[in-house]
Write a protein that binds this ligand. Sequence first.
Ligand SMILES: C[S@@+](CC[C@H](N)C(=O)[O-])C[C@H]1O[C@@H](n2cnc3c(N)ncnc32)[C@H](O)[C@@H]1O
Length: 295
Amino acid sequence: MSDLRTFGKFLSSVVPLDPVMRVRHLYQLIPESLEFAGRSTRYMNYGYWDDGCTSMDAASEALARLLADAAGITAGDVVLDVGFGHGDQDFLWLQERQPARVHGVNITPHHVESARRRAADEGVADRLEFHLGSATDLPFPDATFDRVVALECAFHFRTRRTFLAEALRVLRPGGTIGLIDILPVDQETPQTALRSIQFDWISRTYDPANWYGTGRYLGELAGVGFTAGAIRSIRERVYEPYRRAMVEQLADPDFVASLEPGQHETLIRVWEGQETLGSDLAMLDYVVVTATKPA
Ligand SMILES: C[S@@+](CC[C@H](N)C(=O)[O-])C[C@H]1O[C@@H](n2cnc3c(N)ncnc32)[C@H](O)[C@@H]1O
């Protein structure tokens, strides 16, 4: 696909009207050559760009570690990861945190297939189980998990509140939820005000019912029954360093060599010719959310 905007128009012409199916359809259609060019992992998030972090892979791993710390994932835990993408963070946690077992739930069939394939290839399918399913109808009995996490995806869910209620149900008493989520800085600015190619996917797949800020978010957590809700913005270490890294990457000969024909020119246009990008970046927050199920 030589032009991202054309690709966006093509997607909007073929995707289903049902919002949940639309999200799933979009993830099914994204070409991997666009998504993972020049990378060794298959994370699908903006990453956490701590001082000295210079690669997308390292930033995504740092974000996965940040979430594991926030949710308190420790040895022996039974963890549910909702919207796991290709599951990279689950393989990382298995190695570094030694949970007893991680279950993943994802609505996109090819994400489930690729994570299952990798778990089988690495001989860990008995500890990493990936299921096709929806965040708002979790296929597990009550009180199954010590931790429920969702990394950069709860804004898609229809609705986030329904997911929070489901997460509370499947957590054991005293268990914790940890989320990395995208929020508007000002909920009065509508999501349709996002205009850049880079954030077009958010404009299209952010469920409008979830477009609210931290005050309402804390209210939703408390409303379904969580206690100790907390939300921390990490946006300064996410969007702008991510943008800088994307621009710098375009001058890296190894990265350029990994691209499909025509992709380099497209990416230069996307990252260097965009007046709308600055205003979009100012509209979006990026947060770590934690809460506890009462004991
Ligand atoms: C931006 S990606 C993040 C993937 C992964 N957590 C990561 O950080 O690499 C969002 C993921 O959420 C999944 N997803 C979207 N809506 C969902 C839903 N209703 N239920 C379960 N998964 C969903 C998508 O299929 C996709 O894998």
